[in-house]
Design a protein around this ligand. Sequence first.
Ligand SMILES: *Cc1c(COP(=O)(O)O)cnc(C)c1O
Length: 388
Amino acid sequence: MGTLENSSKLYIPYGCQTIGEDDIAGVVDCLRSPNLTQGERVPQFEKALSEYVHASYCVAFNSATSALHAACWALGVGAGDSVWTSANSFVASANCVRYLGGDVDFCDIDLKSGNICVDLLAAKLLEARVGGKLPKVIIVVHFAGFSAQMDRIHELKQEYGFKIIEDASHALGGSFASKPIGSNNYSEAVVFSFHPVKPITTGEGGCVTTNCSDMAAKLGRFRSHGIVRDYETGRSSPTEEIWNYAQVDLGFNYRMNDISASLGLTQLRKIESFIKRRTQIQAVYREELSSLPIEFFDNEKNSAHHLFCIRTNNRNNLYKYLKGQGLGVNIHYIPIYRHPYYKSLGFVKGYCTNSEIHFNKTVSLPIFPSLSDLHLEYSIDQIKSFFK
Ligand SMILES: *Cc1c(COP(=O)(O)O)cnc(C)c1O
């Protein structure tokens, strides 16, 4: 994931971590401390993050994938339950349901934002009610860091009685209706990712924010083997025993370690400047590329700007050209149902019309806080020269 500095050949990725001396010093401090895991830095990071997004609780995990698995489990997803998510997402948004034996189905998107189309969702819910297979949970993805229409999806939630997990892996630092994404005004749980390409990084890592204490307790158990400490909760208390923990559920080892949390703490202090730089970069792209035969997404305001996507009829040639010029452009995303695993479950090409159009025409350009003006200009020049 290195940029130019690491090699003689120019390579500018679509996304990359931004690491400063403060991050390095924080990690070194942790390495010199007694606890590399299960120490004080994870709860410190959880507290800082929950305050940043205005949520009551934050439970950190070793990835957003683990966090999604835990959130589905905490909402009771199991064999035979139906869970829906956006076709235009990373596979983890759907795999979390499969880990628990649930059935996944996919919602099509609105081409302006790349997010779940609420009108199509409403129609799909109506049909599902008639067919007697309403979803238990809908996992709403905030594509590229721009919030889905949570107020309207929340109205459908009240009508149809499903629960909502927001997959906000792209969206830390974004907002909706003047509230930070993660404040859980419309959902049971909001999941963030701290993979190096995401808004802030912990190396690998993720978390769930929630306003429900029972949900937070469940998530805490699930990430640590299903174990509770001090053997609480009215079960026959073995006060005479020396041991002080009990496994009450089948959990996993999904804990974030303190080295990661140190990095998260220093990264989180810089998020506003990170989002500011991302916002600046996408504004430059929009201005400089405005006369070309490309379409922009209608996602400029209140976004975390994790991705900057453009749409063009000549996408495949543009993609190959830019790759050849050292730009690490990417496609976000192939519709999840088109992966061989989901194909084997019976999904077919063309299942979601807009998601297919999006997949065929969209490319993600380099955007990350440490992208220099020089590299941004280089990226723009290459796109312009392709269309000449
Ligand atoms: C990155 C990502 C994930 C998975 O995050 P990890 O922290 O790498 O497990 C899940 N959903 C979406 C939409 C993502 O972009």
